[in-house]
Write a protein that binds this ligand. Structure first.
Ligand code: CS2
Length: 498
């Protein structure tokens, strides 16, 4: 079988082997600028948009992908060489692979190389939406102060070098300033990150920055820019060398960075697009008035569930999420956490069948073909825990509900952060706060509460005696009896419910 490098030139030959875009990509203009062209965006928004572009009347909603950070060079170079094309490989529940070339990213820019070009693009009149997957940590929020973190050196850099920013806040501010100066319309800033009220949060963080950088722009943004909230869902593990190899062997397509994902997908969006929007509802997205219940449910069950499986799984020595999910004790732990600790905090979620959702999660986590990496899930936990788990703990403490399983996860995270598990396996800690986590984790060996002193992750939790008591119990139990016995212990006497 002849091999074809994935690019425009080879597209018609490739279309004889797998599904490819049936629309003329050269006629598609960019109505969307997307920052953060990692797997999550390419499995989700870019996929929905590709579906939509198959409607011949839609030509103005192509995506310009922005690689914002220095370490995004690889994805930028790959997409540039492949004319923005990549293969989406859906790993179905029965193990079959559904492959398709996605064409919606019609332009790519590398911000560190040409910041002015990126600012101009974001300010251009054809662009109606600037969407973001910049990760939970990318919003520069400090849990300790509950404010935008002005101590971040990169933020100071942006304040001093407005024409050559490094953070999303510097870019957005300059682009919106240009729109205002040129008398252009505003646009929508659409967060696709896993954060409660992600649109409103993006607005709050951006305005905190603008207030200092360009105070006279604040009112214009308030009047001309909208920030819809959204719940975005599709499990997208990191692409492995084997995924690349299998694609090449089975189809002859040489794609340097395909994206692999689960079959499930969901996108629930608040309909607040000041400059218009694509009709994503025609390709499966749901537009609703209030996204809050969907977000809460997803963050506190799916994302937190991932963290539970990831952190406990790492201590057991597993490397993939499905391995952790199929361990009977970890699975009971997760069901108890979901049923006893998360569910009571969710109240009545209008329009949502919570029971079905929880059952579907158990099935998704257990999908043995996905092989989602525990390393991926545990990475940047310092930014994830305050969003995924802390709200559950705080609400449960307020309502005097159980927090034992949640406290156990935090204790397990303290032990995880030492960087090696009890079986001597080295744990890869990829976290912006790696040094602090490690220092406090080591200090916890003498004083187990030391870990809770990291206020930017845990807020004031260290002052809550109920929580601290439960945390110390769990910590000491794991250290003395090992992870397996202590998980069994904490599950015993609790009804295994979901
Ligand atoms: C994961 C998410 O990063 C994480 O910890 O929970 O990436 C998760 O896979 C997605 O949010 C699924 O929609």
């Amino acid at each position: 079988m002849k091999n074809y490098k994935l690019n425009n030139m080879n597209l018609s030959a490739i279309s004889e082997r797998i599904s490819t875009p049936k629309y003329d990509r050269s006629k598609v203009t960019t109505g969307i600028v997307h920052v953060g062209i990692g797997g999550f965006h390419r499995a989700h928004e870019a996929f929905y948009t590709d579906e939509l572009l198959h409607d011949p009347t839609v030509t103005d909603w192509g995506i310009c992908g922005i690689a914002l950070l220095d370490f995004d060079t690889k994805i930028y170079n790959t997409l540039k060489e492949q004319d923005g094309l990549y293969t989406l490989i859906v790993k179905e529940l029965d193990g079959t692979l559904t492959k398709r070339v996605i064409g919606s990213i019609v332009e790519c820019l590398y911000a560190p190389e040409n910041p002015v070009k990126v600012i101009e693009k974001m300010a251009s009149s054809e662009v109606k939406i600037i969407s973001l997957t910049i990760t939970e940590g990318g919003y520069n929020y400090d849990e300790a102060t509950k404010q935008f973190d002005f101590t971040n050196p990169l933020i100071n850099h942006d304040l001093e070098n407005p024409q050559a920013p490094k953070t999303i806040f510097g870019y957005l501010t300059q682009a919106l300033k240009l729109r205002k100066e040129r008398g252009l319309k505003g646009c929508t800033i659409q967060s696709c990150d896993n954060i409660q009220g992600n649109g409103h949060f993006a607005k709050k963080m951006l305005l905190s920055y603008v207030q200092v950088a360009e105070p006279e722009l604040v009112a214009w943004i308030e009047a001309n820019v909208s920030f819809p909230n959204a719940m975005v869902d599709r499990i997208t593990p990191a692409t492995s060398p084997l995924d690349i190899e299998i694609l090449k062997e089975t189809t002859g397509i040489d794609d340097a960075w395909p994206v692999v994902c689960e079959p499930f997908k969901q996108w629930v969006i608040e309909d607040d697009f000041i400059a218009g929007r694509p009709a994503w509802e025609t390709v499966g997205a749901q537009f609703v008035e209030d996204v809050v219940p969907y977000e809460k449910m997803k963050l506190s069950l799916l994302n937190a569930g991932h963290s539970v499986l990831g952190i406990l799984g790492a201590l057991y020595g597993y490397s993939t999420i499905d391995e952790a999910a199929s361990n009977a004790d970890i699975s009971s732990f997760l069901r108890i956490y979901m049923g006893n600790e998360v569910t009571p905090t969710l109240g009545d979620l209008e329009g949502v069948n919570l029971k079905n959702y929880k059952f579907s999660l158990i099935q998704r986590f257990g999908n043995t073909y996905i092989k989602d990496q525990i390393d991926r899930i545990c990475s940047q936990s310092s930014a994830k825990i305050p969003i995924f788990i802390l709200p559950t703990i705080n609400t449960q403490l307020e309502r005097k509900g159980s927090i034992d399983h949640a406290a156990f996860v935090i204790a397990a995270f303290a032990i995880y952060s030492v960087g090696v598990n009890e079986f001597g396996t080295q744990l890869i800690i990829k976290d912006a706060m790696e040094t602090v986590l490690n220092e406090k984790a080591i200090a916890s060996r003498k004083n187990s509460e030391a870990f809770l002193e990291i206020e930017s992750i845990f807020g004031k939790l260290k002052n809550n005696t109920t929580f601290v008591k439960s945390y110390i119990n769990a910590y000491q139990n794991i250290i003395q009896n090992g992870i397996e016995k202590s998980v069994k212990d904490i599950n015993s006497n609790v009804l295994n419910k979901i």
